[in-house]
Design a protein around this ligand. Structure first.
Ligand code: SF4
Ligand code: SF4
Length: 364
């Protein structure tokens, strides 16, 4: 649907919902909606990013299709959310990566795998790529330490700047400034850490994948989300070991980076599989299959990044270590490079929307 039609539809639905107000206990969207009488594009972008697509309002709505009002909040908000991802992308020239997201992501990841493979083959000693390597510093015989620092440092910093610019643009457009206090930040952070609104409002879970309330989505989302955070913690601890404690990778199984990586890696296997299954079992009316491509692309990338990490861990003392290291690092670099241009950005805008909600809530 063209953007102008999408925004018109969002405004039409919010006017109906604002008169009805039956769903005000379902999530943060409806109390935020009730503080408004008009729904210009910037308010719709804010409300759409408060919505986490649980489907509850759709399944409880007496005006949902086939009623002539055809109220379908989750589908309409999903379209508006995706538009905000493009609108706030930095640099804007790369916002096109949200289109044909599966192809764009695959192209970037294949490029980073090829780059790491080329780097390994060109700098490792002749034949070293296919020989077993043992002990501290073994990884750097395949990909030099400095090359890893530069490559990953640059890509990660680029992603952080893209998130910061996107957050600032969204915040500027989503409402009047409002003073952010530590209490607002704490509330929004807690809501994110607990995935509060995935409890369905009454605590019995989302109406997802189908009409019956279920905690499945919240559980698998937690696996994915905390899996990602544990893997990030593993990488951070490994960087501290390497750069400040002169302890070179690979590390023993019973070390903080590896244990954090194993816990995070399990989360990134279980979570994406569970969420993908739920997505394909979900009701296609509020969740059209054509709209799942970006979500599933990101889940597949997380799964493959984790799976190659485990393969590397199991086979790191064999001759397969060199190719597996290049493969896994290629996936990690591709993941970092595509984070600002795929499903991951929902975390940035969801947090901004929850922060906005925390700031304006006392006025309700
Ligand atoms: S989604 Fe339907 S039931 Fe819920 S507030 Fe809107 S119109 Fe009312
Ligand atoms: S789909 Fe769920 S999160 Fe979105 S507006 Fe409806 S009840 Fe709220």
């Amino acid at each position: 649907m063209p953007l102008a039609d999408l925004l018109k539809e969002g405004e039409r639905i919010m006017i109906i919902c604002n008169a009805c107000r039956y769903c005000e206990g379902h999530c943060a969207v409806f109390p935020a909606m009730e503080q408004r009488t008009e729904f210009p594009p910037r308010d719709l972008a804010y409300l759409a990013n408060l919505c986490h697509d649980c489907g509850s309002c759709y399944h409880h709505c007496q005006y949902a299709p086939p009623h002539e009002f055809a109220v379908n909040v989750p589908e309409t908000f999903k379209g508006i959310r995706e538009q905000t991802y493009r609108q706030y992308a930095w640099p804007r020239a790369l916002s096109g990566l949200f289109e044909s997201n599966a192809i764009a992501t695959a192209a970037v990841v294949i490029s980073t795998i090829v780059l790491l493979g080329f780097l390994a083959v060109s700098v490792a000693a002749p034949g070293a790529m296919y020989q077993p390597h043992e002990g501290p510093g073994a990884f750097y015989e395949i990909v030099p330490h400095d090359a890893m620092i530069v490559l990953f440092g640059v890509v990660w910093m680029f992603a952080l700047v893209a998130f910061a610019v996107g957050f600032a643009r969204f915040w500027r457009d989503s409402g009047p400034g409002g003073k952010i206090s530590a209490r607002h930040l704490g509330r929004a952070t807690l809501d994110i850490l607990r995935l509060r609104y995935l409890d369905g409002g009454a605590g019995d879970g989302c109406t997802y994948p189908r009409e019956a309330p279920s905690q499945a989505r919240r559980v698998f989302h937690h696996f994915t989300y905390y899996g990602f955070l544990f893997c990030l913690a593993s990488t951070t601890v490994a960087a501290i070991y390497d750069n400040f404690l002169a302890r070179k990778a690979p590390y023993p199984i019973l070390s903080a980076p590896v244990l954090l990586g194993i816990v995070g890696g399990v989360g990134l296997l279980v979570g994406p599989i569970g969420l993908s299954i739920l997505k394909f079992r979900s009701d296609p009316v509020p969740n059209p299959r054509s709209r799942l491509v970006m979500d599933v692309t990101f889940l597949v990338l997380l799964f493959l990044t984790s799976a190659t990490g485990f393969l590397l861990l199991v086979l790191r003392s064999t001759a397969a270590m060199g190719p597996l290291l290049a493969l896994h690092l290629g996936f990690v670099l591709g993941l970092f490079a595509t984070l600002p241009y795929g499903k991951f950005v929902h975390a940035v805008y969801r947090f901004a929307a929850l922060l906005r909600y925390a700031v304006e809530k006392p006025a309700s």
